[in-house]
Design a protein around this ligand. Structure first.
Ligand SMILES: [Zn+2]
Length: 417
């Protein structure tokens, strides 16, 4: 199969299209799409059902008939749905010629039609995890390309866990260098001190899994140099202590249709001086919700700093002092939070979890309590407005975000740090 072009469609949009076709009894309907280049080809990102009578350009046509009664002036993606068969995508040019397209559906299991699945080279090494997850979920987990933003305690624990259960491809993003206090992260050694965290973590991951393709990017999440990797990745993971970075990645997640796994842990104190220990784990599938409609960010002023540019961000980073923000960090808490995050990803790939999810772990009186807060729904003030917007909307100002970072309603999210 020619995998140069790939159609990416949120499961939520596909469901809307199917319902609209059933209601109208039409043979086809149109969706708006944007195109985004990747090293391995081009993604056609589905934004949503087209409004109005005019066919958008470029367009995706969702059809339940094999022969379309219209001709298209420019290349058009077609998603053919036939009852009882897996959906198929192809590109139709103006002469009516068809070319097969890959197809990625943002739905449980993250099914990708046309993707090649390499056989596991060493079955015994992976037998336990493959047995527990099921062959499909494990192979899917191995094949996905993870972009991990933040290589501290949470990020290093997730990266090492993924490398040890068979992940093939990872990109690590962190602008900081390794310090003495980072040695409680996974894989960091005294020799790594003063080296970029992303480089040090990549080195330790290669030692664990020599077949892992790992790229280290010692840059900020808002640096344009991470963009090609973000477009290439399948899942974006944030393990950061800065809401500017968290927001930046959340924007890339909706723009390029990449599910996002966000982990935030906090050892804070209440006004009475009691420790407040907790974590937020958010699995956010574009088309369903985004970071802002699922809890938002605790520090919108950090988002403002990122919006002012890299120089302001560097100044802000240099002036931060962790003791003004938190009591400290607990590896035990990091392990619980990253364990819950990874379990969430595993359940989604195994099709046991069917939607986005927001979990909050809180320690009260030495007792852990796990709350399912449910995911949000797109609203006019969130990032969902840019879903599937790709490069076209990358630099477009988000006026709604300016409002949300300064005004009510704002969902307080005290734990995430
Ligand atoms: Zn949203």
């Amino acid at each position: 199969m020619n995998s140069q072009a790939r159609l990416v469609i949120p499961g939520a949009v596909l469901q809307q299209a199917i319902r609209a076709l059933e209601r109208s009894h039409a043979d086809w309907l149109a969706c708006t799409v944007e195109r985004a280049s990747r090293q391995s080809g081009e993604d056609w990102l589905t934004r949503g059902l087209a409004r109005g009578r005019q066919l958008p350009d470029p367009a995706l046509v969702v059809a339940r008939t094999p022969v379309l009664p219209v001709a298209f002036a420019s290349p058009t993606a077609v998603l053919y749905l036939r009852q009882g068969e897996p959906p198929r995508a192809y590109l139709l040019d103006s002469r009516g010629q068809r070319r097969p397209m890959g197809l990625l559906i943002l739905a449980p299991g993250l099914p990708e039609v046309g993707a090649t699945v390499a056989p596991a080279p060493d079955a015994e090494r992976w037998s336990r995890v493959a047995g527990a997850l099921g062959d499909y979920a494990w192979r899917r987990l191995c094949r996905l390309h993870y972009l991990i933003v933040g290589c501290g305690r949470n990020g290093s624990l997730i990266a090492h866990a993924l490398a040890r259960i068979g992940a093939h491809r990872m990109t690590l993003v962190d602008p900081d260098t390794t310090e003495l206090c980072n040695l409680d992260g996974d894989g960091f050694l005294p020799d790594h001190i003063t080296r970029p965290k992303a480089d040090a973590l990549a080195e330790s991951l290669r030692a664990v899994n020599p077949t892992l393709e790992v790229q280290a990017l010692p840059h900020s999440a808002s640096d344009y140099r991470i963009l090609p990797a973000a477009r290439e990745a399948d899942v974006l993971i944030t393990a950061v202590d800065d809401d500017g970075a968290r927001w930046t990645v959340a924007h890339l997640s909706v723009l390029y249709l990449k599910p996002m796994l966000d982990v935030g842990t906090g050892v804070l104190h209440t006004e009475s001086g009691e420790p407040l220990i907790g974590a937020d784990i958010r699995w956010l599938v574009p088309g369903e919700c985004c970071l802002l409609c699922t809890g938002g960010v605790a520090n919108p002023q950090q988002v403002e700093v990122v919006r002012q540019g890299l120089y302001a961000e560097q100044q802000h980073r240099a002036q931060r002092h962790w003791q003004r923000e938190r009591l400290g960090s607990l590896r035990s808490l990091n392990m619980m939070a990253t364990g819950l995050a990874l379990r969430t990803l595993e359940d989604y790939l195994a099709m046991r979890l069917h939607t986005s999810r927001w979990l909050r772990l809180v320690y009260q009186d030495a007792t852990p309590q796990l709350h399912e807060l449910g995911h949000g729904a797109p609203n006019r003030n969130c990032l969902c407005a840019h879903t599937g917007g790709g490069d076209k909307l990358l630099t477009q100002p988000l006026d709604s975000i300016r409002q949300i970072s300064h005004s009510e309603p704002w969902v307080p999210n005290p734990v995430v740090r």
